[in-house]
Structures are given as C-alpha cells and as structure tokens.
Write a new protein. Sequence first.
Length: 61
Amino acid sequence: MSSGNNITVLLVGMLLGVFGGFLLGALVGRSVFQLANVLLQTVSRQGRSDEEKMKFELLLQ
C-alpha cells in the first residue's frame, strides 16, 4: 500500500468513528444523564436524618 492510501483509509475511518460517536451520544446521552441524576439524588438522600427529610419534603410542598 502506498502512504497516500493509508492516510485516506485513516481519515475515512476517523470520520466514520466521529459520526458514529456523535449519533450514539445523541441517542443515549439523555438517558445516561437521567440515570446519573437519579443515582446522585438517591445517594445524596441516604445521609440525611428523618428530621431533615421532613423539612425538605415540607419545602417541596
């Protein structure tokens, strides 16, 4: 193979990888963000006492 052909194959592969990564990120990104947000909220609520939970729930109403 010539060096020009190798560079062309590299560029085509790189462009396909970038395009595929963009599509995958656009399709799955929102779900991953929501899952991370739910996990973060669950972990942050575990350390609170019952009194703090009641105050927080009253603030939400």
